[in-house]
Write a protein that binds this ligand. Sequence first.
Ligand code: PGA
Length: 266
Amino acid sequence: MKKKVYFGTNLKMYKGNGETVNYLAELSRLANQIESPFDVELFVIPSYTSLKDAVNVIEQDNKPLVIRIGAQNMNSHDNGQFTGDISPLMLKELGVKLVMIGHSERRHVFRETDSEENQKVLSALKHGFTTLLCIGETLEQKNYGISDEVLRTQLKIGLHNVEKQQLSHLWIAYEPVWAIGVNGIPASSQYANEKHQVIKQCLFELFGEDSSKIPTLYGGSVNPDNANDLILQPNIDGLFTGRSAWQADNFVRLISQALRAKQEAV
Ligand code: PGA
């Protein structure tokens, strides 16, 4: 089986519907020109208000490399008194295939807890979504020397009661909070690889051999200068990119060069 390499972006609260549709059309056109011996999984996570048109534009596109469209969050309940929230059933109705849970901004700006992320993970998996659980330590936690403990806690609570047969739908993104966004300091590829190893070890403790089905992606200031080194690390299966991916041509350039570096290293 060809090795799968994952590339994705979260558009956060930046692109409106029109911009998202244009971005996706260009991304799909350019990404479909990439030639690589690897199996590439490409995903984009726009705002809720763009999801319907995003799914439609990709469905009508009919290209071999299909961009998977994801939601940035969801409520764990199917329906109820949750004004302003979006339910899994609503996302399913739109044809959304992926849901991101526990992005650092959800945890730190919106104060979501590990047990809330766990409820969402269980609900997303129950509804058959590819579920991207994001984890990562803050700078303070890193300085206390408790990064590994934090990652293990986020995994053990976030994945509590997940069953082995659901693992083919589970992805993990490791995004150190201190590395994310305009003020972020990119993690070195060595540091990122070490933490991915801690994550893979913890997943093995939780799920045994079946844990090898779970891809682990790195995110946090991924850019054209560090993408190649990061993707060459043995424990990193993909790159989850913010700012450097928000122009389709730049993102495709980053993906192409990373794939080329990986191919040359084989
Ligand atoms: P960034 O965002 O690449 O702009 O640091 C990463 C993220 O928030 O997922």
